[in-house]
Design a binder for this molecule. Sequence first.
Ligand SMILES: *Cc1c(COP(=O)(O)O)cnc(C)c1O
Length: 392
Amino acid sequence: MPTSRIHLSPPHVGEWEQFFVEEAFTSNYLAPLGPMVERLEEEFSALTGFPHCLALNSGTAAMHLALRHLYDQFKITLSKKKKERPVVVASTLTFIGSVSPARFLDCDLHFIDSDRETWNMDPLLLDEELHWCRNHGLAVLAVAATDLYGQCCNVPALQEICQRHQTPLIIDSAESLGAQYYDHHGERHAAGRGGACAIYSFNGNKIITTSGGGMLASDNRELIEHARKLSQQAREAVPWYEHREIGYNYRMSNLLAALGRGQLRVLQQRVERKREICGLYQEYLADVPGISFMPEADYNQANRWLTVILIDPEKFGAAPLEIIERLEQENIESRPLWKPMHLQPVFRHCRVRGGGVSEELFALGLCLPSGTAMSDSQIEDISNLIRSCGNS
Ligand SMILES: *Cc1c(COP(=O)(O)O)cnc(C)c1O
């Protein structure tokens, strides 16, 4: 087995990245903002189909700005009618960066379980929860639905429900850039399309990276322009520094945008390799009793950011944590799934609708090394190691 560590999803950069970073360097545009940021936004817009895009320093910042914009509108239109704090309804099986921004704004979080077919937000449970909120006089600021491990959430179903309840849908596509889904008419859309806005992440472990970064994207110009202003300390458009509201320092730097432009050019290759890696694991582990794979819902083509398996400990002969330990001995990183938010101590007072599905996935799931620079034989070796943990 290799001696250097095999990570879950390490950065994978090449010549394009070097080319653009050098260009940024030689043009001396190291200052935070610059032409690379604008180019990246344009190229991201062309790729996803969103007319308005805003490059930021993290996906968490993107979610914060999206919610903050909706919150400001909410204060204007609804504050006199509703006494309670607004609610953000979110996927429970997700990464905390998806939901902590709701708490930055002092909103309440209500969590929704996954369904078994997609592992993403269950539309029926969402509908029930939105009814419940209305019956209890609670104002829902937004629904935040995650595209888990690169699989698009069921956008047509979620969007229909959100429209009926007049609630904006924010799609958390931090893990799903490059994935696609089909709507009821069979039309194809980039992951993240179809809601009020979408957030993306270029963190170091994501399918493409700027070492740290994110994007907020929308059809709504007003939303993006307000977010743009908020991301730059909410400076007013006058020659001196004038501030009428409180903003943040959330913009992406020019140098990192250069890295992002290089990465965007290889995104399609990365998606193809991620899907290939998942296919190889499926091949090598096909006959192992007690191992199954995260299903790919037929309405989408996932990017398979991470290959995720479920272990039935009885049939397989070992539990996920035992496999993690065995792989760790060979310096190979593997991990449990995201621990559901409703099980997190910090959210113990939050409502959850359902919960059993995500709890089971957390107990039985395992994320496998999925780096796009891995060789086929490394994947075969890892598969054989996993197999050797079981009975067969
Ligand atoms: C990574 C991630 C985020 C946050 O992105 P950062 O760029 O790390 O802030 C949000 N949601 C999900 C589902 C993620 O996986």
